[in-house]
Design a protein around this ligand. Structure first.
Ligand SMILES: [Cu+2]
Length: 203
């Protein structure tokens, strides 16, 4: 191969790399949620609201929710609309999983039944909103599946920090859901260098 051929190949490779960077993939919406009148900024779901012009395929990977030591683990899980959640019972007692509605819509209530240790049941969440998980054997058990309309979501850590990765550059509406606080909405402009967001969730 001639020297000019190598140079051309290198130039093509470089321009492909630039094109990928330019398309905005790999950006991050980072931020921190502060709370007012709520005891913890942990376990708050933050997600990019639905985009009218965009449809997303259901994710192939399943999401796991465990029932262990009489608790739903994680307590709050965010998933993409269309995701399948595998509910596993890891306790030596029978647990049930049901939710009385999804975001108040009782038509979307569902009872998966009761099953013993080591077994799991799966459910595909096709409707966006929040399913409040309950176990009819143990009334003290509760958990939440937050079904986001986009693949762009996170749940805050104990200090309220979150990171939503691999978001294309654009203008978005960011929403929060919290067990104890009111939902919040904030617009965010995501550039190719990412975005940093401060949110406040109030009682
Ligand atoms: Cu239970």
């Amino acid at each position: 191969m001639s020297v000019s051929g190598i140079v051309t190949k290198a130039a093509v490779a470089a321009s492909i790399t630039l094109a990928l960077v330019g398309s905005g993939w790999g950006n991050e919406i980072k931020g921190k949620v502060s709370v007012q009148g709520i005891k913890s900024a942990e376990n708050i779901a933050v997600y990019v609201d639905s985009m009218a012009e965009k449809k997303f395929e259901a994710p192939k990977d399943h999401v796991a929710v465990d029932q262990k030591k009489m608790a739903f683990i994680p307590h709050v899980v965010a998933v993409q609309q269309g995701a399948t959640v595998d509910f596993t019972n890891s306790d030596p007692v029978g647990h049930n999983v049901y939710w009385p509605s999804i975001s108040g819509n009782k038509k979307l209530a569902h009872n998966l039944g009761t099953w013993p240790k080591g077994e799991k049941k799966s459910f595909q969440f096709n409707d966006p909103g929040v399913a409040a998980l309950l176990c009819n054997v143990h009334p003290e058990m509760s958990g939440y599946v937050v079904v986001a309309p986009t693949p762009y979501f996170a749940v805050t850590d104990k200090d309220g920090n979150f990171e939503i990765k691999n978001v294309p550059a654009g203008h978005y509406t960011l929403k929060t859901w919290s067990e104890d606080g009111k939902p919040t909405t904030q617009s965010v402009d995501l550039t190719t260098s990412g975005a940093s967001v401060e949110l406040t969730v109030k009682k």
